[in-house]
Design a protein around this ligand. Structure first.
Ligand code: FH3
Length: 290
């Protein structure tokens, strides 16, 4: 693939707008193609008016600054941005595989090989972010299926850093938009939190990908919060011991007790189920096509 040419003077006329991929409170995401190079992008269009009366302008500027500096195969690229009178346009990497959330909805449960591959790639993305976070203390990564896309060759893409645009399906989950299922105990108790919340969310995501529902899923938000606080964790019979082991080591109340990222990537459930060679190979393949 050609590289999208660097240009600060983009206008929307430089792009052919394709189908709507998703919409959210502040804007829309379209599939787009740059006319000269025919480079396909995801064009996220935010409306200045909506941003203004919700004081989101600063937030958007910061997100743009942070995300345009992140360059990792498992993090959705922000190639650039431009604006006109009414809108801000973000040129984002297009992920042909769509949303992990959608895949989990249709497949109900994922095979251990696929899920372990995603967990391994998330560890790589989070590792990279933690080094970057040294600079940007406040990169809030919101690990949940809604914020994960699937790129070419099945490469996982962490996307949507704090953005509000959801996908076409309006309310994702049965509960209110934005599920509580991924909240760690320390956020419920209002204590400070650090990047160890990523480990908790990784545990919740791993559970949901294989079991088909989040670990503290229940009828009411109140009940979910109670189960998170008491860490009422049950596994269906037939859940492999390796998987139980990994998840219990991530869903620990005390953030310091959670399995560190490098140990997650080397956990037997990952090494036995993820095709690590294929993932590393896809990184190389991707590099070649850039
Ligand atoms: C993480 C996130 O921002 N999700 C909300 C936005 C919806 C579409 N956005 C996409 C973004 Cl930002 C990038 N690539 C995408 N690819 C798709 C997609 C592909 N198929 C076949 N179906 C879909 C949907 N969507 C995107 C992101």
């Amino acid at each position: 693939e050609k590289k999208i040419p660097k240009s600060s003077s983009w206008t929307v006329e430089d792009f052919e707008i394709g189908n709507l991929l998703g919409r959210g409170r502040f804007g829309y995401v379209y599939c787009g193609r740059e006319k000269q190079t025919r480079f396909v992008v995801a064009l996220k269009i935010l409306f200045k008016a909506q941003l203004k009366n919700s004081k989101m302008e600063q937030q958007v500027k910061r997100e743009i600054e942070i995300q345009s500096n992140l360059k990792h195969p498992n993090i959705l690229r922000l190639y650039g941005f431009f604006h006109d009178e009414q809108r801000i346009y973000l040129l984002l990497e297009y992920a042909p595989g769509g949303e992990l959330y959608r895949r989990m909805q249709t497949e109900k449960v994922l095979r251990e090989s696929e899920a372990a591959g995603y967990v391994y790639q998330l560890c790589n993305a989070l590792n990279y972010l933690h080094t970057k976070r040294v600079i940007h203390r406040s990169i809030i990564v919101d690990i949940k299926p809604e914020n994960i896309l699937i790129g070419k060759y099945g490469i996982l893409k962490l996307a949507d850093f704090g953005w509000s645009a959801e996908s076409t399906s309006t309310c994702k989950r049965t509960t209110l938009c934005g599920t509580l299922d991924y909240l760690p105990p320390e956020m419920l108790n209002g204590n400070g939190y650090d990047e160890k919340i990523d480990l908790w969310c990784l545990g919740v995501l791993t559970y949901e990908m294989i079991i088909g529902k989040p670990p503290f899923d229940s009828q009411t938000q109140h009940e979910t919060i109670r189960m998170i606080r008491s860490i009422e964790l049950t596994f269906p019979t037939g859940t492999s011991t390796d998987l139980r082991d990994l998840i219990t080591k991530l869903l620990r109340r005390n953030p310091a007790d959670r399995l560190p990222l490098k140990d997650v990537a080397q956990h037997v459930w990952i090494t036995k189920n993820a095709d690590i060679a294929a993932i590393e190979d896809s990184y190389v393949k991707r590099k070649k096509t850039l």
